[in-house]
Design a protein around this ligand. Structure first.
Ligand code: DC
Length: 220
């Protein structure tokens, strides 16, 4: 089996697909793009410019302001209005608005070519919700990383410092976003027919990376 050049990794929120994708990309010396960050970047611009979530045309125009640039460590930086906004995309307000923005058809189509352009030179791992189904249907390897909502909430809870009462909030939020992502009419979250489904409830992310690398990417 030749080493896959374009690798699509999809999966629900907090499934670990970004961490797995980043680690795999660094092992393979491939570029990495987390497409969730693109939707987050648009959401940030919408919030900053105080554009209404319902003004789809204005939001689609904001998408034109986004540029993707590869950094030295092969991860993708997102530039808007001459500023690198990549480190400002994981805030509570973006978390709670992004699934709504990501449902808008004009936004999905405005971001399509930006994602496909990144894949033109190969040796890329792209993570998201619709990479195997819509963005890169011809990817050489398609992975769908999943874990139960309870396990994903547990991982986030540990990551956020195990605060009392937080687990339930995280679980509710994960279930809400799963629902929004998987029930939207355009490019809903689902595995492609030819995806390899990897269930990680009983596997650490490190073990998941090793498993994928040796099973599907490694060549003597
Ligand atoms: O993976 P994430 O939590 O950073 O994704 C943020 C949002 O963007 C989430 O609601 C799903 C959406 N998204 C999407 O619709 N399609 C993608 N390819 C990636 C993310």
């Amino acid at each position: 089996m030749p080493q896959p050049s374009l690798i699509a990794i999809d999966g629900p929120v907090a499934s670990g697909k970004t961490t797995v994708g980043q680690c795999l990309a660094s092992k393979l010396s491939y570029n990495f793009l987390d497409t969730g960050d693109l939707y987050r970047a648009v959401t940030k611009l919408v919030i900053d410019a105080k554009v209404s979530n319902n003004n789809e045309v204005a939001i689609a125009e904001l998408c034109n302001e986004l540029t993707l640039v590869l950094s030295d460590n092969q991860t993708t930086r997102i530039i808007a209005f001459h500023q690198d906004i990549s480190e400002h995309l994981h805030t509570e307000i973006i978390d709670s608005n992004v699934s709504f923005i990501a449902r808008l058809p004009k936004i999905r189509s405005a971001l399509l070519d930006k994602q496909r352009d990144m894949a033109k030179s190969g040796k890329l791992i792209m993570a998201g919700r619709d990479i195997g189904t819509v963005i890169l249907p011809h990817a050489d390897l398609k992975l769908y990383i999943e874990a139960s909502a309870k396990e994903r909430a547990r991982r986030r809870w540990i990551q956020y410092g195990k605060h009392e009462g937080l687990y339930k909030t995280l679980l509710t939020e994960i279930e809400r976003r799963d629902h929004l992502d998987s029930t939207r009419p355009i490019a809903p979250l689902k595995p492609a027919d030819d995806s390899i489904i990897i269930k990680t409830d009983d596997m650490s992310l490190k073990a998941t990376v090793e498993y994928i690398y040796h099973m599907y990417c490694f060549q003597e």
